[in-house]
Each structure stands twice: as structure tokens, then as C-alpha cells.
Design a protein. Sequence first.
Length: 298
Amino acid sequence: MNPQSPRLAYLLLMLTALFWSGNFVLARAMHASVAPLTLSFARWSIALLLLLPFGAAPAWHQRQLWLPHWRRLLLLGLLGVSGFNSLVYWGLQYTAATNGVLLNSFIPILIVLFGALFFGMRIGGRQMLAVAVSFAGVLLIVAHGDWQRLAALDINRGDAVLFLAMVAWAFYTLLLRTLPTGLDRIGLLTVQVAIGLVGITPFFVAELLSGRSTPLNAATLATFAYVGTLPSVAAYYFYNLGVARVGAARAGMFIHLMPMFGALLSVVFLGEQLHGYHLAGIALILAGVFLATRSPQH
């Protein structure tokens, strides 16, 4: 497959959604054992160790290319690494993994909204239809097939924190598209992770000083190993490539796949049941993503 092909970008964006869904499910499964900032710090420490052998040299060689954009890179590291992930892990202390992956489906809508408000993006009618169709699928899942349930939904603390994380990710995506296209993506990711890890460190230390500890055993170490590799190094690299190849709005639409993957992973690993409304919602989500990938890029 041609490395520049949009089809390859779409495949990588699908894998990104799968890896991130697994991150939500695992974080929720381990929420009683692993403190949120400890999980975030461990995740990005592992990711940085894996990235340095491949990303340090390109980042150094291209320093004249990215240094003029250091303020934007600082924001990207703080929003996409420090803020988003720490808020997600914090929110999942208080709400279900399903809520987390469902709330992720607000991100494409936020990208469209913030892009139009702050970044001068033009959004076509077909793309708006794609957002509406896929979001209808999300609402169907949230409502458990009963639309009257939407009026009775209460937003708990975890859901509110997760929504703040989604806002951070929407701005991360929009800022990412404004960087020079010639930047080496592994080098760029290495710089972002290093910045983000510095941002996480004081909060991690404060968590330790508060007395919240995490036992080191086979389960927690396996958790660290997963979150530090697939949803971090692989998924972020794939997402960065996807945004560069097909644009922020179109890449963001693939986040709508997370409720589908999250529901399937919850069935397999958490023993949750898959109902008809899940399948109907997933069908609408996929239809929206199909429309988005067929619509003109802006």
C-alpha cells in the first residue's frame, strides 16, 4: 500500500481508536489498584524510553524547524499528553469505561466547533451530516435504545472531568495540523512526550505525598506495559500521521469508532453484554465515518 495513500491513513486511524479504547477499558478495570497520576506518569515514562532511541536524533536535527514553534509544541505537550491523559485517568476513577469511550465521540463535534470558531476552518454540509449521523449512533448507545432516558441522564464528577479531557484533545488536534508538514513525526512525538512528562511530574509527586500508592505486581506492571506502548507510542504516531495526511476534521471522525471498540472490549474483558441498541448505534457510527471519509477535505 502506498505510504501516502489515504487508505493507509484510515487504517492507522482505526488502529488508533482500537488502542485508545483498550486504554479506557484497562484504566477503568484497574482504577481501584492504580492511582490516576501514577498511571499517567508510568505511561509516558515508558513511552519516552521507547521513543528516545528513534526520536531524539530527528528531533535534534530538525530543531531549527520546530524551535520557532516552541510555544505551540509546549501547548501540544501539555494538552495532548499531560492534560488529556491525566484527566481521563482521573475521570475513570468515578465513571464507567463505557462512559469514557462514549464521551470521546464529542471530540469530532468539538473539533468542528472550535475549528470554525478559532481556526478558520470551513465545514461542508456533507461533513456536518457525517457528524450528525455518527453522533446519533452515540446517543442511541447512551440512551440504551430508549430516547426518553436522555432527559434523565445525570453528569457525575467523572463524566465532567472526562469532558474537560475531550476539550483538551480537540484543541490538541487543531493545533497539531498547524505545524510544518516536514517535521519528522517520531521526533515530534518525542518532543511532545518529554514536555508532557515534565507537566505530569509535579502532580504525580503530589499524589504520592497525599498517600495514594500503587502496588507493583504482575497486574499493575502489565497495565503499565500496555498503556506505555500501544495507546501511547503507536496510537499517537498513527494519529499524528493521520492528521497530517487527511486533516484534523476527518481524522477526528475516527474517534467515533471508540464506542464500538469500547463496547466490544468491555464484552470480552469486563463481561458486559452487547445489546441490539449497541449494534444499531455502531452501524450509525460507521455510516458517519464512511460519509466523513468520502466528503471533500477542508
